[in-house]
Design a protein around this ligand. Structure first.
Ligand code: ASP
Length: 345
């Protein structure tokens, strides 16, 4: 068959125009998706946090602590430090603050002890480390990082995790270090309530107001993502219960190709729905943005099954999401040109 030169010319011109348009589109996309030099997001727990229940002084204390945590993270990232170092050190600060349910300030177990859980993940290598049920480790997030970097394992628990921390030369404290009057009182209130009711069973649903985990996700100058989470768990937890926070893929996840995530809320639901990994999977397989994935998981999927809580997430460009389905979530973020902290909806 003979094709006329005129038709060939038309076809050639059309394909040229098409490629030019496609190129322009791609360039536009990459311009829109410019990666920020750094970005960092924190949370200090989600739950029944309402303006009418918080006096101005308490609110100011939380805002100050959130800002100080952001200062620490920004100090590291703006000087070219790694996302992992930023996440670890921000969480150490939040663990040392009695305001949050992690480290000093952790809630009490049914028997009146403090059992702490934490995890950290490196988005570049997919390496991760976690501890569950530690009782004498001052900063569980440091123990989680030691598990990641100095052991062949991902998750160590209870007595073994305590021993590992001692062997690693991490700071240890007597269990009484974690005592705070506020958390002790909430345990007493909880036990009082229980006395009046049937004895609690394994399936009892904890009240939303007991949440208060801390978490941090960060993007560094090298384009690496990291995520970490630390918690005292739920007030009056029993039987060495461990929540989502030290479970990689449930409470914490990081992948340079998608996002870094840290969750807070009713851990059992976050474990069942593999929330942190689901964030990454939705972005990878469905092409959702970090905000779309977060919104769907927290305000549709979890809400539909009664799972209270929220998450913080950051993508490879420094785009941020902080969805929650409770009345409040302590939260904040910082980038080279923006900073914000918030508590209520
Ligand atoms: N997710 C934590 C847990 O279930 C609690 C929290 O976020 O406050 O252990």
């Amino acid at each position: 068959m003979k094709v006329s030169p005129f038709l060939l010319f038309i076809a050639f011109s059309a394909s040229l125009v098409f490629s030019l348009v496609a190129c322009a589109g791609k360039e536009q996309q990459s311009m829109e998706k410019k990666r920020l030099q750094y970005a960092l997001v924190i949370h200090g727990g989600a739950g029944t946090i309402k303006p009418e229940n918080m006096d101005a002084e308490t609110k100011a204390q939380y805002e100050k602590a959130l800002n100080e945590a952001l200062d620490i993270g920004e100090g590291i990232l703006s000087k070219g430090g790694t996302a992992l170092d930023a996440v670890e050190n921000v969480i150490v600060y939040l663990e040392n603050s009695p305001l949050f349910n992690a480290g000093k300030g952790a809630v009490f177990t049914y028997e009146g002890h403090n059992e702490l859980d934490a995890s950290i993940m490196d988005g570049k290598t997919h390496k991760a480390g976690a501890v569950g049920g530690v009782t004498i480790v001052k900063n569980p997030i440091r123990a989680a990082r030691a598990v990641m970097e100095k052991s062949p394992h991902v998750l160590l628990t209870c007595a073994g995790a305590n021993r590992f921390a001692i062997e690693q030369g991490l700071d240890t404290v007597p269990p009484e270090y974690f005592y705070t009057q506020r958390r002790w009182k909430s345990l007493q209130r909880r036990l009082e309530k229980e006395k009046k009711k049937e004895p609690i069973g394994a399936r009892e649903e904890p009240d939303a107001h007991k949440f208060g985990t801390v978490g941090c996700v960060a993007l560094d100058e090298q384009g690496n993502l990291a995520a970490g989470t630390s918690t005292g768990g739920l007030t009056a937890k029993r039987w060495n219960r461990i929540g989502d926070s030290p479970i990689i893929g449930a409470g914490t996840y990081a992948d340079n190709a998608t996002c870094a995530v840290s969750c807070t809320g009713h851990g059992e639901y976050f474990i069942r729905e593999a929330v942190a990994h689901d964030m990454s999977a939705r972005m990878a397989y469905l092409g959702e943005s970090v905000q779309e994935a977060g919104e769907h998981i927290i305000n549709e999927k979890l809400k539909a099954i009664g799972g209270a809580g929220g998450l913080i997430a950051i993508d490879q460009y420094g785009q941020i999401a902080m969805p929650f389905n409770t009345s409040g979530m302590y939260r904040g973020y910082v980038t080279p040109d923006e900073r914000k902290v918030g508590i209520f909806k």
